[in-house]
Design a protein around this ligand. Structure first.
Ligand SMILES: CC(C)(COP(=O)(O)OP(=O)(O)OC[C@H]1O[C@@H](n2cnc3c(N)ncnc32)[C@H](O)[C@@H]1OP(=O)(O)O)[C@@H](O)C(=O)NCCC(=O)NCCS
Length: 175
């Protein structure tokens, strides 16, 4: 069984480590290597320390192991470009490679969608690297679909092609 709870400020170091480890593992060959080499768990942890705990309507959940240590996280909230609206955005979802493909991401995503729906959001979207086939398969399996919109971001001078995926949210009460 996967346990989740709201992220706390004390989780900042663990979230910084998950962020950097997961990026280096998942994005090698997809984004510039120099950017991955320059990532710092400490800098990421410092950003988390400033940000946590999340204030509603933003939500940040962690999945935790039996020792209550985070194994993954999901950060979501109001859509950043589509405001004001009842549209939400999944900003990030990362599961440490040592815990990947064990159901953690599925539970984090389902629970995040429940929280967004209970907060009154009716749909959610996310930008995924077009070349990130694994994540795209994961989101499709969780009921998300490609929306048809794409964009090109630029990172360290290299173009990053991204694809928008969306899902409807259930606005019912939390189970
Ligand atoms: C994508 C991610 C969040 C999925 O979380 P997870 O806990 O590994 O996924 P789950 O165990 O809940 O679901 C696994 C299913 O998703 C799909 N899937 C997940 N990762 C996959 C991959 N790398 N390649 C192909 N399918 C994948 C498969 O259908 C898989 O089922 P299977 O293992 O029976 O084949 C996680 O692997 C991750 O953090 N990846 C790297 C970072 C990333 O791409 N994040 C998304 C940014 S938009």
């Amino acid at each position: 069984m996967v346990t989740t709870r709201p992220a706390r400020r004390e989780d900042a170091d663990a979230l910084g480590a998950i962020h950097v480890t997961t990026w280096r593992s998942a994005y090698a060959g997809l984004i510039p290597q120099g950017h991955l080499d320059g990532l710092s768990p400490e800098r990421s942890a410092a950003r988390w320390r400033e940000h946590l705990p999340c204030a509603p309507p933003e939500t940040c959940l962690v999945a935790v192991d039996p020792q209550d240590l985070p194994t993954g996280f999901a950060l979501a909230g109001p859509h950043r470009e589509d405001q004001p609206s009842r549209a939400a955005e999944l900003y990030s979802l990362y599961v440490h490679p040592q815990h990947a493909r064990a159901g953690v991401g599925t539970v984090l995503l389902a629970r995040t969608q429940e929280l967004l729906g209970a907060a009154g959001f009716v749909r959610a979207s996310l930008w995924v690297l077009t070349s990130n086939q694994g994540a795209r398969r994961f989101y499709e399996r969780c009921g998300w679909s490609v929306d048809g919109r794409t964009r090109v971001d630029v990172l360290d001078g290299s173009p990053l092609h991204e694809t928008l995926m969306t899902t409807e949210l259930l606005t019912s009460e939390l189970s």
